[in-house]
Design a protein. Sequence first.
Length: 254
Amino acid sequence: MSQQTVTSDLALSGAYGDSLAEVYDQLYPVTAGVEQCVGVLAELAGEGGSALEFGVGTGRIAIPLAARGVRVTGIDSSSKMLGVLRSNDPGATVDTVHATFGGLDLDRRFDLVAGVFNALCCAPTQDEQIEVLRVMRRHLAPGGRIVLETFEPGRHHTRRMTETVTHPLGPGAVLMEQTQIVPEGQLMFLLNTMIDGGTPRVAAGFMRYVWPAELDLMARLAGLRVRERWGGWDRGQLTADSPMYVTVLVDEAS
Ligand SMILES: C[S@@+](CC[C@H](N)C(=O)[O-])C[C@H]1O[C@@H](n2cnc3c(N)ncnc32)[C@H](O)[C@@H]1O
């Protein structure tokens, strides 16, 4: 399998992904939830189907999805994340494209287009998120599905205090993750500080969170419609307590 490089006028920096690449798999190990997610994606892609993952990262989802027989292509703007993916995938079962979401045109269509673990929230404005949805639609095969996983904003939107979570990373190393909400922009700022004995390294970035009803409307503006909505990968109902939600979209013409 191959790696291509695509450039885009709407390029965002891959710096944040780059800063997390070396510890990402420790921070976000493969859990039962990941396996459930992969099972749902494999079913939606269909037997021997094709999938395009936006923000493929280290391949945490893409590699087990490929192991289930899905032909997976992953795009990411972080060359370091893609470097980790390649070492996690010695058999090169996943095709990778080094590119940003905005303006992407691979001139190919896929049975499944996936943006899991808040990929859509990486686009920093509402207009750019609608553009990402249009780009996803452009890559959708007839009858295909777009699947988005986004965090449920309710618990965060009214929070005024900085939240700090520390992730121990082995002897003498810790990653401190601080988040601060800017409600008027629906923004969650993230500040990661890596402390491992040398000079502490800091990386900052932000995500724009999305309300379910807002996502429905943005999808319509992008020529899509909501087919299903769940409060988790177990396909349970979305409730006020759901930490995230999953949205399945189809082309409005289908
Ligand atoms: C939270 S990680 C998710 C990785 C993987 N999907 C997973 O679940 O483990 C988000 C990924 O999206 C990438 N990313 C963020 N913004 C992007 C953009 N505008 N274009 C392409 N990739 C982007 C980051 O580099 C990072 O690897």
